[in-house]
Design a protein around this ligand. Structure first.
Ligand SMILES: [Zn+2]
Length: 390
């Protein structure tokens, strides 16, 4: 039955109206510093291979760029990047028309030093610019890169960062008026079981545009009764960090590999309004990532919907691994913005000075969990490294 549904869906969006996504970039600030710039180029190539876009015959006009961001109003020259090719173009020149004409989607670089200064862990952010429905789909995205962040020195997953940001720019999960039928399940209360077994009521939010993604996630976790794709918070543009770990569209990137899976691919494809979907993701191109995505795989509903403490107890009873969590109580400390916070962590391993016991983000902050040291060493930015309590 499932195979039949897939075939029908595929045939209903004839590939002739879709073409490999050509993303061009313009910047009023010149190229990014190396090697960040090389990673941006690599991410453009990677996404062009895996994503096709609905053809839109009307070209992007310079006036639209100014509407999208007033920063470009007074600009005469821009740095322009298309694939491996880069050049400086005059905004009134002939070449700019050709450049914009050849793009399916344009990333406009911004310098928002206020946003960068507000969050020292922020490396980049991006969002779509939508013109209120004049065109079939968004064609411009705005991206801010915090080039001065000290995190770049330790950060290695540059290409994944740009893939993540570009998906935001394309509109991933962004709700548009008129799409009420594509809303995810409503926000709900759920019982989070603490380390001591006490149940505490917490809020849980779900992503929109996620009916196909839900099937993929159910398969991944081995949880047929999964309610929805849990979002990071009410903005609903990220998968939940605690549940989805090193998937590409969680809010914090792993420092090793972040996987563009069928879950995010399905959400991107469902994010559209109008008669035709905006994007198609080539499953063959991301199959290796889909297969390699291991976080929570086969963890069941206990992993996907319960608390780490329940999961650990359940797994220990069955003499199964508790990874990515670990399970022997050790008191450990984390320095968070100058305050030392004592955390109880479980770990079978002896390297307690490197272990850490917290989930790392917004709405998931109550999910203080004992993660395995090996997982943490690759996954957390340096400022979250734990030390032994003093
Ligand atoms: Zn993000």
């Amino acid at each position: 039955m499932f195979i039949i549904v897939v075939l029908l869906l595929t045939s209903s969006v004839a590939t002739s109206t879709y073409e490999p996504l050509r993303i061009h970039v313009i910047s009023a600030f010149g190229p990014l510093p190396l090697p960040i710039q090389d990673s941006l180029i690599e991410s453009l190539e990677s996404l062009s291979t895996s994503i096709s876009v609905l053809k839109d015959s009307s070209r992007i006009e310079w006036s639209e760029i100014i509407d999208a961001t007033s920063e470009y109003k007074q600009i005469s020259w821009i740095y322009a990047l298309s694939g491996q090719f880069e050049e400086n173009l005059h905004v009134n020149g002939k070449r700019i028309d050709e450049f914009l004409n050849a793009a399916d989607f344009l990333i406009v670089m911004q310098r928002n030093s206020r946003a960068c200064g507000k969050d020292s862990t922020l490396l980049a952010s991006a969002k779509p610019y939508f013109d209120g429905g004049q065109h079939k789909r968004p064609r411009i995205g705005l991206m801010n890169v915090c080039v001065d962040s000290p995190i770049w020195k330790e950060f290695r997953a540059h290409v994944d960062l740009f893939r993540h940001e570009i998906l935001h720019a394309l509109g991933f999960g962004t709700f548009y008026a008129g799409d009420s039928d594509k809303r995810g399940p409503p926000k709900e209360k759920h019982a989070w079981q603490t380390e001591r077994g006490v149940k505490v009521l917490r809020n849980r939010t779900f992503l929109d545009f996620s009916s196909s993604a839900l099937k993929e996630a159910s398969k991944h976790f081995g949880c047929p009764k999964l309610k929805g794709i849990e979002a990071e918070n009410d903005k609903k543009i990220h998968l939940n960090e605690y549940v989805y770990g090193n998937e590409l569209m969680t809010p914090r990137l792993s420092n090793t590999k972040n996987f563009f899976t069928f879950i995010s691919a399905s959400i991107l494809e469902e994010t559209f309004f109008g008669a035709k979907q905006w994007y198609m993701v080539n499953r063959t191109a991301i199959l290796a990532e889909q297969t390699a995505y291991w976080y929570g795989k086969g963890g069941g509903c206990k992993f996907a919907q319960g608390s780490c403490h329940e999961f650990i107890r359940h797994r220990e009873k069955a003499s199964q691994t508790t990874f990515p969590f670990c399970s022997r109580v050790i008191n450990n400390c984390i320095n968070r913005d100058g305050y030392e916070e004592r955390l109880s962590t479980y770990c079978r391993k002896n390297h307690i000075n490197k272990a850490i016991a917290t989930a790392v983000s917004d709405d998931s902050a109550y999910r203080s969990c004992p993660f395995d040291e090996d997982f943490l060493n690759d996954s957390l930015p340096p400022k979250f490294k734990a030390t032994v309590c003093t």
